[in-house]
Design a binder for this molecule. Structure first.
Ligand code: ZN
Length: 139
């Protein structure tokens, strides 16, 4: 895995065209995340209905990894229950911190597998995790 593979097309594409970009209304929850080491900043909005993450959005500035990860996080947890979202986070976090035995065959991760290379670059782990931690804080 070289640095080039870290910036796969899907990551670059999400960086250019982030999904679920923007604020939700005032009734939603929000949490901010900062990664001073890289300069990444993200704000995540969550609309929780019952046990479900009915809507989720974000706005952020920073590196391609942080923005793409935030964009794909919103897609991964939108419509999920709290427990399902926590499960996806646990699998994602294990993958980027190098504690996942076999991300490539993990159906829970889905497209998030494009971030598997992050575990080889410790400085990038915070970039990839930032929006996920903000999402959990908002929960
Ligand atoms: Zn970063």
């Amino acid at each position: 895995m070289d640095l080039g593979n870290l910036y796969q097309d899907v990551i670059l594409e999400h960086n250019r065209n982030p999904r679920n970009w923007g604020e939700l209304d005032a009734t939603s929850r929000r949490a901010d995340g900062r990664n001073p080491m890289c300069g990444d900043e993200v704000t995540v909005w969550l609309k929780v209905e019952g046990d479900r993450l009915a809507d989720v959005s974000f706005v952020g500035t920073g590196c391609a990894i942080s923005k793409a990860s935030a964009s794909m996080m919103t897609q991964a947890v939108k419509g999920k229950t709290r427990a399902e979202a926590e499960k996806v986070f646990a699998h994602f976090h294990a993958m980027v911190t190098g504690q996942h035995d076999d991300p490539s065959s993990d159906a829970t991760l889905g497209k998030l597998k494009v971030f598997s290379g992050v575990s080889r670059f410790p400085a990038r782990v915070k970039c990839a995790s930032l929006a996920w931690h903000a999402m959990r804080e908002a929960l």
